[in-house]
Ligand binder design. Structure first.
Ligand SMILES: [Zn+2]
Length: 233
């Protein structure tokens, strides 16, 4: 994607849905549906208009990386018809077809042209993460495996000077839960999710890290201020 001095590197790599959680209730069914998360997004809040307001048009976005395929993370795909879309193959399998819909995914709402490029992570450790894939030749943007919330969930790490901007998707709802090692309500595997949170803490202990989970109300301010994860170690 086109570099811009006025836009941080990490905000250039945001995921395509800009969602505001309006209500939750506790009914059963699939763990994701159970939360019955309702999204109400005004047209100008969608990622297309928001990027345009920053002077970034759809053709400026060469690649879009999806951390996973829950509807609040793939709902903005229609704004990126000309971009290369990258998805972990396992995540795509889990989300596709009627089985995917039984699991709470809404593949019927994907754009008709949606045909993502598989983002296979190699068994190449990146810091505390067991699998990774460089997304740029310079290696300053890397996808890492962060399973737990979904089995094939991934995160994107952007090196910005000496700081790692950690685009975390749904590894945790917010930074506090990550630091506490608390696995929140939506998790395919709590043990695996806990290990991922531990890996994130280890990365933050090893070097300056800005942690940016999608739904953390404080994430935007942390990114703007480059506020680092404060770890005790
Ligand atoms: Zn999710």
């Amino acid at each position: 994607m086109r570099g811009r001095s006025s836009t941080s590197k990490a905000s250039s790599w945001l995921t395509p849905a800009k969602a505001r959680i309006c209500s939750k209730s506790g009914r059963s069914l699939h763990p994701y549906v159970r939360w019955e998360v309702a999204f109400r997004i005004e047209r100008e809040q969608e990622i297309g208009p928001q990027l345009r307001a920053l002077g970034i048009g759809p053709r400026d976005v060469k690649r879009v990386v999806l951390t996973h395929l829950h509807m609040d993370h793939d709902g903005g795909l229609a704004h990126f018809p000309d971009s290369e879309i990258l998805v972990a193959p396992g995540e795509l399998r889990t989300a596709s077809g009627w089985l995917g819909r039984m699991r709470g995914y809404v593949s019927n709402r994907w754009p008709s042209w949606f045909d993502p490029r598989p983002l296979d992570l190699a068994a190449e450790p990146y810091g505390p993460f067991a699998a990774s894939r460089r997304l740029t030749e310079a290696g300053d943007v890397v996808a890492v495996a962060t399973p737990g919330h979904t089995a094939d969930h991934l995160s994107v790490l952007v090196q910005d000077g000496g700081t790692t901007q950690f685009l975390a998707g749904d590894t945790s709802y917010d930074e506090r839960l990550m630091l506490a090692g608390t696995v929140d309500g939506v998790s395919a595997d709590d043990r695996v999710a806990g290990a991922t949170l531990e890996a994130i803490r280890r990365l933050a202990q090893a070097g300056p890290t800005v942690y940016l989970p999608t739904h953390d109300p404080k994430a935007a301010a942390r990114l703007a201020e480059r506020r680092l994860v404060a770890t005790s170690g």
